[in-house]
Design a protein around this ligand. Structure first.
Ligand code: C2E
Ligand code: MG
Ligand code: MG
Ligand code: MG
Length: 292
């Protein structure tokens, strides 16, 4: 009896593992094809200057329009892509498309929109991949200061000296560099001083809890004070309501981003928003909370 149940349990577990492994292989093979077959697309989430409401730029977030499956969100394929060099190909596609979009917005009178792109830790392991970043942006003709590279703290876990060297090269050329999900990792403050970064992006987990967790409100104030002391820009991500926004604005967090202002939007929807606000290329583009 016990033996039988054991065997059944094992059998079930085995099948579940098998299904998972198959699903992973399926995603990985299909994702390799997705790039040449043009199935990836970028959505853009506005970043808002908290004092003026002006558009401070956008973050590019990748989606996969997979035939027969609809729009696949990054959490379903980015972690898998990060297990191999496939993520470098994804990153290069994203950067290339973001540059094309910047030029397109410029040409069509939307002005110079700064775009943040997410690059995986793996993108900073080999010099040739970092050279690829320069090649793509140079070829596009986009000014590097319109590009902000978002990296997570884990980017510095392996061979930090090498990675810092690469990021210094990006800094020297004028790229912005933000630490994404800041506060969720383990960086010590003294370590942070050595990184060639321009912006701290406060992790959504702290913002989410502002109303209910006095400790997190204090952590946010401390991060803001530290960023100010170090001359770093600040963005809070995951702002979902007016209360959170007001807290951050009063705490002097320069830039905010979240569903309260807008979800990530396909380019045409973002453009419609900008036009609806009566924006032209001379005036600051502003988005008012919160129509979505
Ligand atoms: P992230 O870079 O920290 O991006 C923020 C994520 O939070 C996005 O999810 C965004 O849609 C979501 N978000 C924004 N505002 C709110 C809010 O107010 N509330 C809540 N609950 N969520 C909000 P998304 O687009 O699903 O991306 C998830 C993660 O996937 C990203 O986190 C990033 O780590 C990764 N990712 C997305 N695009 C790329 C990419 O092009 N390359 C790489 N390497 N990773 C990417
Ligand atoms: Mg990000
Ligand atoms: Mg983030
Ligand atoms: Mg994240």
């Amino acid at each position: 009896e016990a033996k039988g149940r054991g065997r059944n349990t094992f059998h079930f577990f085995d099948q579940a593992m098998n299904a998972r492994a198959l699903r992973r292989m399926d995603i990985e093979m299909a994702l390799r094809q997705a790039i040449p077959q043009n199935q990836l697309e970028l959505h853009y989430q506005p970043k808002i200057a908290s004092a003026s409401g002006a558009l401070a730029g956008v973050e590019a977030l990748v989606r996969w329009r997979r035939p027969g499956e609809g729009l696949v969100q990054p959490d379903e394929f980015i972690p898998l892509a990060e297990e191999s060099d496939l993520i470098v190909a994804v990153g290069e596609w994203v950067l290339n498309e973001a540059c094309r979009q910047i030029r397109d917005w410029e040409a069509r009178g939307f002005g110079e929109v700064a775009v943040a792109v997410n690059l995986s830790p793996r993108h900073f392991l080999h010099e040739k991949d970092v050279d690829g970043i320069f090649r793509i942006v140079d070829q596009s003709g986009v000014r590097p200061d319109l590009i902000e590279v978002e990296v997570t703290e884990s980017t510095f876990m392996h061979e930090p000296e090498k990675v810092i060297g690469y990021l210094n090269r990006l800094r020297d050329r004028g790229f912005g560099i933000a630490i994404d999900d800041f506060g969720s990792g383990y960086s010590s403050l003294s370590y942070l001083r050595r990184l060639p970064i321009t912006t701290l992006k406060i992790d959504r987990a702290f913002v989410m809890d502002i109303e209910h967790n006095a400790d997190n409100a204090e952590i946010i104030r401390a991060i803001i004070a530290m960023a100010n002391a170090m001359g770093l820009g600040l963005i809070a991500e995951g702002v979902e309501n007016r209360h959170q926004f007001e807290f951050l604005r009063h705490a002097d967090c320069g830039v905010v981003q979240g569903y309260y202002f807008s979800r990530p939007l396909p380019p045409a929807d973002l453009e419609a928003q900008l036009v609806r606000q009566g924006a032209d290329s001379m005036a600051p583009l502003s988005l008012s909370a919160s129509q979505t």
